[in-house]
Every structure is written in structure tokens, then in C-alpha cells.
Design a protein around this ligand. Structure first.
Ligand SMILES: [Zn+2]
Length: 398
């Protein structure tokens, strides 16, 4: 490395360190920056001036004087960088714009069924165009596009390998997005994005080994190991396709008796229909219009038919979580999706099964929590990753 390049590298690394510390502290003075970075006051002055010129930080206010000149307090300039984030489901997409202060400044639900390649292409086009139309600043400030999908993702090539619920196989996401907006694209499996959001913005930082389980229109799982999202280059943990009953119902994957055919919304509706046909007492009148949350609410209100359905799902889910804990021994299991709308009642029932079925030394150290902020967690999680790689990026010196 030449002397000039060497000097430039150090300058860049120092700048990124200061930017990272301002991000971690929300607001901070030059004196505190000098103390935390161990850089000289002159260097800190030069870097803060440079970051202000670039627009990433600004002076928030003047702090209290402790004798001398009152200190200037710096903070991130929220509108200096933004990300576009999409959460795609079979029913449409949540589109959001998130700024550098992690504030969701725009959010829109686009309702549009996804059932093949062209319907997905249409939805992605419409979503990005909608976000661009509603972006108040120069589009140059958009740092990247983040998307989460249900299914198997090839994150390196930015494509969907297979998604049973979207009826998609081998879909080039990058090509479709780039045709509308030329930015780096960050693609995640839905549960990976939800887990990242919970990790960065929801749970206590003491948790480093976390399992996220989603029970909603299907069943999914993601894993955070030692503070890092565990990602397989092609695909992830397909919890919903664990074979539970080889003679069971046919799954969209082609096998029989997968977990997803026994837990989640549609299996609950089917089981409820069977039970009602046998004449079981219930307040349910029309099953097809029932949401998963409605069935769970009726379970909490002790509706006899809904109680049977949800008790069966709790038992199977509790056993599944016990098996997962026996394999991964995580510090924390987070349950998200509509099933978690059952609140403490469902959490306690699952924890009892976990305490009974998982290895004692594992279950005694594994906590079970409900997701703290639903779908926003996925949007914020992806956005955090975009800013980490596009704004707070470091030079790889290896
Ligand atoms: Zn399956």
C-alpha cells in the first residue's frame, strides 16, 4: 500500500469509527467523542466537520457548560440517508421508507395476490415505484433496497430458489428491482428479517443465541448464533416441512404430514371445520372468514371447538420448540406471527411443555418470549443491515 493510500485508509477508518459511535449514542459532544475514540481533539474536529459536510450528522443543540465554552451536541441527520424496504407475502407487500434514525417515515400496504412470476414482478415494480413517488428527498439519498420473502432464498445471487406460498421457483429478484432502481439489494427470508429486527431493536443485547419461530400462514424459523444471523448460502431452516406424520395431509412441497400442514392458519380452519361437522359446540358461524387471530381469541374465551384446535396446535408447537431447544440450546426463543396474539396464556402453555420435554439443563436456561413488534420488526431489521453496509461500512483490510 502506498503512503498516500495508507493515510487515506486511516482517515476513512477514523471517520467510520466516529460515525458508528454517533449512531450508537444518538447524541454526543466532541469531548465525549475524543474520549471514546482516543483520537485527538483536532482529528475529531476535522472528522465531525467532514461528516457535517457530507450531511450525515448535524448539530442538535448546545449542551450545558461545565465551566468553559458550552459543548456542541452532535447527532445523526435522519434525512441524510434512507432505505426502501419491502415485506412480500402471498397477499401483497408492506412498503416502507426508513431514515438513518431508524424511523419509518412512510409505510403502505399494497394488496396484490402473488401466485406466479408475473404477478410477483408486477408487485415488486409497483412497490418500488410507490416508494419512489413518496420519497421526499433526492433519490440519490436512497442507500439500498431490502426485501423479505417467505421461502428459500439465495442471498448471494439475490434470487428466490423456491417459495411454496408464492408459487415461485428460481426468480431473479435483482433483475426486476434493478430495472426500476439501480441500488444494492438486500434479500432475506421472512423469518431472518423478523429476527434481525427483534435483535437490533427489540430484545436485550445480552441475548446472543436466539431462535425465532413464526407461526402464521405457515411455520418458519431463523437462528442467531453468537450475535450473528446464521445464513445458509442457498435456503435456510425449513421448519414447516419437517415430516411429523408420514401418512398425513399432502403439503405444497409434495410430501405428506409436514409440520406446516398441522400448525398455522389453514390447518386450524380445516380442523375446526371437521370438529364442527361432528356437532361440537362453538360460537363460530362462518369458518372461511375467520382469521387465525379470531380462532385464538375464541380459544382464550374458552370456546369448546376452538379450544380443541388450539390446544392441539400448542401441544405440537411445544414439542417442536422442545426439539429445537435440544438441538440448538439457545438463550431465547421468540415466537412471532398471529399465533403469538394469544399472549401470556399461549406463552405459558408452551413454556410448560418446553420445561417438561426438553433436556433439563437446556430448558432451565432457555427463555421464551413473544415478538415485541410484529411486521415492523422485519422492515427495521433489513433497513439496519442496509445502513450497516452502505453508510457505516468499513474497509476490509485483509
Ligand atoms: Zn412440506
Amino acid at each position: 500500500m502506498s503512503k498516500k493510500a495508507d493515510k487515506d485508509t486511516i482517515k476513512y477508518l477514523n471517520r467510520q469509527t466516529v460515525l458508528r459511535i454517533i449512531r450508537e449514542h444518538n447524541e454526543i459532544s466532541r469531548t465525549d467523542l475524543t474520549e471514546k475514540t482516543k483520537m485527538s481533539p483536532t482529528t475529531i474536529s476535522a472528522i465531525t466537520a467532514d461528516l457535517m459536510d457530507a450531511g450525515f450528522i448535524h448539530e442538535i443543540r448546545v449542551g450545558k457548560s461545565s465551566g468553559g465554552r458550552p459543548p456542541v451536541i452532535f447527532g445523526l441527520n435522519p434525512s441524510s440517508a434512507s432505505s426502501i424496504n419491502l415485506n412480500v407475502t402471498p397477499k401483497g407487500a408492506s412498503v416502507s421508507i426508513i431514515n438513518l434514525a431508524n424511523e419509518i417515515v412512510y409505510k403502505k400496504e399494497i394488496i396484490s395476490s402473488v401466485y406466479n412470476e408475473s404477478s410477483l414482478e408486477l408487485l415488486l415494480n409497483e412497490s418500488i415505484k410507490n416508494a419512489l413517488e413518496n420519497f421526499e428527498y433526492d433519490t440519490e439519498l436512497i442507500q439500498g433496497v431490502g426485501i423479505s420473502f417467505p421461502g428459500l432464498i439465495d442471498y448471494k445471487n439475490c434470487s428466490i430458489i423456491f417459495s411454496a406460498s408464492l408459487h415461485i421457483e428460481n426468480f431473479d429478484v435483482k433483475k426486476v428491482i434493478r430495472a426500476v432502481l439501480d441500488r444494492n439489494i438486500y434479500i432475506y427470508k421472512d423469518t431472518d428479517a423478523l429476527l434481525l429486527g427483534e435483535y437490533y431493536f427489540g430484545i436485550d443485547k445480552k441475548y446472543r443465541d436466539v431462535i425465532y419461530i413464526l407461526v402464521d400462514n405457515g411455520v418458519g424459523m431463523s437462528y442467531l448464533h453468537n450475535g450473528k444471523l446464521f445464513r445458509l448460502p442457498e435456503g435456510g431452516f425449513e421448519l414447516g416441512h419437517l415430516t411429523i406424520d408420514p401418512q398425513g395431509e399432502l403439503c405444497r412441497c409434495g410430501n405428506r404430514g409436514c409440520l406446516g400442514t398441522m400448525i398455522s392458519k389453514v390447518p386450524a380452519q380445516k380442523r375446526l371445520s371437521d370438529i364442527l361437522q361432528k356437532g361440537m359446540e362453538s360460537r363460530v358461524e362462518e369458518i372461511s372468514s375467520l382469521k387465525y387471530e379470531d380462532i385464538i381469541k375464541l380459544y382464550l374465551e374458552k370456546d369448546p371447538a376452538c379450544s380443541i384446535v388450539i390446544d392441539e396446535q400448542i401441544n405440537l408447537l411445544g414439542t417442536t420448540i422442545s426439539n429445537i431447544v435440544n438441538i440448538f440450546n439457545p438463550q431465547l426463543v421468540i415466537l412471532g406471527g398471529a399465533f403469538s396474539s394469544g399472549g401470556e396464556d399461549i406463552r405459558n402453555s408452551l413454556k410448560q411443555i418446553l420445561d417438561k420435554k426438553a433436556l433439563k439443563s437446556f430448558s432451565s436456561t432457555t427463555e421464551l418470549k413473544l415478538s415485541s413488534f410484529g411486521i415492523n420488526s422485519a422492515l427495521l431489521g433489513i433497513s439496519h443491515e442496509i445502513f450497516t453496509h452502505e453508510v457505516y461500512k468499513f474497509i476490509d483490510l485483509k
